[in-house]
Design a protein around this ligand. Structure first.
Ligand code: NAP
Length: 288
């Protein structure tokens, strides 16, 4: 049974959810239906994933009442600014076929995200969004945004996995009362994540898989995880983490795997900022 966590505005959110990044629109509806049938209630999409309509159909055809689901989407860089974000929100809601969103996030710390925040505050007050937040904000930008908002952020969704553990970032989010959510909890399986000997040994000890150990390690530290898989058996495997607890000694061993280096995106790197803006000017490139 997936545990829930209370956000700083009192709303409850599942500690584990299902991500749909890189699932094409044409494949996404059955994947979402399967994920919900397996037990996921939190679905994480984004306008830039270009699959919101399929996610909406998956939700509607799941047979699960809307109020039992927790739906997240995000505004991308070209949707920043007050007017753009208000429009983007309505577009996303329409594509998803929903009356309200559970969580709306600023996808990247670029562009006029202060204007976007004003729009999100209004939508929140109008009752169209239950929680608001950001993604990929490092502590400096996060802190500055916090000093300039009327409604406090509930979530910061960040890359986080055993190779990039972000201890200090999590401490600052804790001080600010902002809930951390881990994207790419497996680092997309790159750089030998599932073959880490320490993870394999711990997995064997608990009769679990490395994937389950990684997810348990996240939620046990109070970090919400949103793994993605198009395979039913992996969806089930990734959910089967709520019947055991990692001992402190094993948590310490996993701490040794930290390389303090993002695997996918470092928004502080000039080359990667350029890459993001190249994408905006050339949407044929894959989005982040
Ligand atoms: P991820 O969840 O770390 O990894 C997904 C990869 O792992 C897929 O290739 C999947 O393959 C494989 N996999 C899943 N479960 C497995 C298991 N039990 N054993 C072996 N392989 C397994 O990567 P992600 O999709 O990039 O991140 C998760 C979600 O975070 C996304 O879907 C998205 O919603 C969100 N996200 C947000 C941002 C942001 O900027 N806010 C950025 C990236 C991602 P199969 O599908 O073939 O099973």
């Amino acid at each position: 049974m997936i545990e829930k966590i209370k956000l700083n505005n009192g709303i409850e959110m599942p500690m584990e959810g299902f991500g749909v990044f890189q699932i094409p629109e044409e494949d996404c509806e059955p994947v979402v239906r399967n994920a919900i049938a397996e037990g996921y209630r939190l679905i994480d999409t984004a306008s830039s994933y270009q699959n919101e309509e399929a996610v909406g159909r998956g939700i509607r055809n799941s047979g699960i009442p809307r109020e039992e689901l927790f739906i997240t989407t995000k505004a991308y860089i070209q949707q920043m600014g007050y007017d753009n974000t208000r429009t983007a929100f309505e577009e996303s809601l329409k594509k998803l076929g929903l009356e309200y969103l559970d969580l709306y996030l600023i996808h990247m710390p670029f562009g006029d995200y202060y204007g976007s925040w004003r729009a999100m505050e209004e939508l929140y007050k109008e009752g169209k969004i239950r929680a608001i937040g950001v993604c990929n904000f490092y502590p400096d930008r996060l802190l500055d945004l916090c000093y300039n908002v009327e409604i406090k952020l509930q979530i910061n969704q960040i890359e986080r996995h055993p190779h990039y553990q972000r201890k200090e970032d999590l401490e600052i989010m804790g001080e600010l009362g902002i809930q951390a959510q881990a994207w790419a909890p497996f680092a997309e399986g790159m750089k030998g994540m599932f073959d880490e000997p320490i993870l394999k040994e711990i997995a064997e000890k608990y009769g679990k898989t490395p994937a389950q150990i990684i997810l348990r390690w996240n939620v046990q530290q109070g970090v919400i995880a949103i793994p993605k898989s198009v395979h039913k058996e992996r969806m089930r495997e990734n959910l089967n983490i709520w019947d055991f607890k990692l001992e402190e000694a094993d948590m310490m061993r996993i701490a040794q795997l930290d390389k303090d280096c993002p695997s996918m995106l470092d928004t502080r790197k000039i080359s990667e900022v350029k890459q993001v803006y190249d994408y905006l000017n050339n949407p044929v490139l894959t989005s982040l």
